[in-house]
Design a protein around this ligand. Sequence first.
Ligand code: SF4
Length: 100
Amino acid sequence: MNNSLDKSACADQAGKVAPVINRSRCEGKADCVAVCPYGVFEVRQFTWEELGDISLRGRLKAWAHKRMQADVVSPDACHACGLCLKSCPEDAITLEKFST
Ligand code: SF4
């Protein structure tokens, strides 16, 4: 998917909100990586320690997907367009107030 065409859809200035990933839901399918016009996400392998206190279902998912999940690598670049929220098949992303 060409993610360079959707910047006009981003309504807000960067630095106000940023995505937060629900570690019990994410399956690392990378739809967010594909749709985000600002390169906010990457998918990588997390450690069990990084995944923290996730649900039993989340642990099973993480095991099945080799702990590959989306990481928010550039939270300050988020423009609050909401494309990632719509794209995530696991409904694993929320936008929350950004603070450094
Ligand atoms: S809302 Fe999602 S897709 Fe849009 S800029 Fe922020 S992280 Fe990227």
